[in-house]
Design a protein around this ligand. Structure first.
Ligand code: GDP
Length: 332
């Protein structure tokens, strides 16, 4: 594969080249991994998109929102990519994030690019590939990259680590349900959007929004925010209400962060985060491939579960064995 030619095609905005490159970064084959790294190095990081993470439970209206919001942006002449991080896609077979049939009009828009979640069973694997896909979309000159995820476990944290800002989409709810949103997710949200603020649900959405605005004020104020952030707003993905206001607020936050050096700081902290993540994942993958160690691990796992070995001690034995294997002592 001619990686320089592929890089040129990506830079020129060729969508098929971008799709091919994303397939390459999603592959777990060793030779593909090496090519993917080389490609990303060739492409560099000169071009930056606005990376927006978006989370919400199934049914809250993510795909409807992305379609309306995306079309609004492409209508302004912006190029929009939509990626998805869905750790459950491999197993559940349920609603697939970033599914083109869920965003039919946007998927036909020449200024939009939609890519569903790679199907892999491990969140770590899905997330690192998605991060690289984000980098590819930036190199391809997209202005906005939307990264969709669903409210399960760790996926929000991982998506927020590859996003410049993070939106949490919620549905109108009764007061009791407010507690259902985990504090951790509230803490990483830069904006809460209460969707479905239309028809019969409108007044309920307004109340829910006020509740969340109150809850956000109670959270510790963050240094990366201007005084009145994080914010809660009502939107209707159906009617398009509140979408332009949300986009304005996003731009206000982005401008403030850029002016205060927070944009760059966050990106460099994120690079550091992914470096550590890559080391961790790389080590785990080496362990998985070392056949004899694999058996030893299974045995130790059994002993740990029986209480015959302490977890930390057993882990140290595995790691010592791995390094002994990797760096054989010189024989005198
Ligand atoms: P997702 O699972 O989060 O992607 O949610 P969908 O976008 O598939 O929407 C789930 C349901 O909510 C669908 O029946 C939508 O038609 C409906 N829905 C989405 N956005 C709105 C909205 O703004 N207003 C109303 N009333 N319903 C909406």
């Amino acid at each position: 594969m001619d990686l320089h030619a592929l890089a040129d095609d990506i830079r020129a905005g060729n969508r098929r080249a971008l799709a091919r490159a994303i397939t390459l970064v999603e592959s777990s084959r060793d030779d593909h991994r090496a090519q993917a790294s080389e490609l990303l190095t060739i492409l560099g990081t000169q071009r930056q998109a606005l990376r927006v993470g978006l989370s919400g439970t199934p049914g809250v209206g993510k795909s409807t929102f992305i379609e309306s919001f995306g079309l609004m942006l492409t209508g302004q002449g912006l190029r929009v990519a939509v990626l998805a991080v869905d750790p459950s896609s491999a197993r559940s077979g349920g609603s697939i994030l970033g599914d083109k049939t869920r965003m039919e009009r946007l998927s036909r828009d020449p200024n939009a690019f939609i890519r569903p979640s790679p199907s892999q069973s491990q969140l770590g694997g899905v997330a690192r590939r998605s991060r690289e896909a984000v980098a590819l979309c930036e190199a391809a000159g997209f202005d906005v990259v939307l990264i969709e995820t669903v409210g399960v476990g760790q996926s929000e944290t991982q998506v927020s680590e590859m996003s410049d800002l993070f939106l949490l989409l919620l549905a109108p709810a009764g007061g009791d349900e407010l507690q259902g949103v985990k504090r951790g997710i509230m803490e990483i949200a830069d904006m809460i959007l209460v969707n479905k603020a239309d028809g019969e649900l409108k007044s309920q959405a307004t109340r829910t929004c006020a509740d969340y605005a109150g809850a956000l004020r109670l959270l510790r104020k963050r240094a990366q925010d201007p005084d009145d952030f994080p914010k809660a707003l009502t939107v209707s993905a159906y009617e398009g209400a509140g979408l332009d206001a949300s986009w304005d607020e996003i731009n206000t936050l982005v401008a403030w962060r850029k002016a205060n050096g927070i944009w760059d700081t966050r990106r460099s902290e994120q690079a550091r985060y992914w470096f550590h993540e890559e080391v961790r994942m790389g080590l785990l993958s080496r362990l998985g491939k070392a056949g004899d160690l694999h058996d030893r691990m299974a045995q130790l796992e059994h002993e740990v579960s029986k209480g015959h070995q302490a977890p930390a001690d057993a882990a140290r034995q595995v790691i010592d064995a791995l390094f002994a294997k990797e760096t054989p002592k010189e024989t005198p």
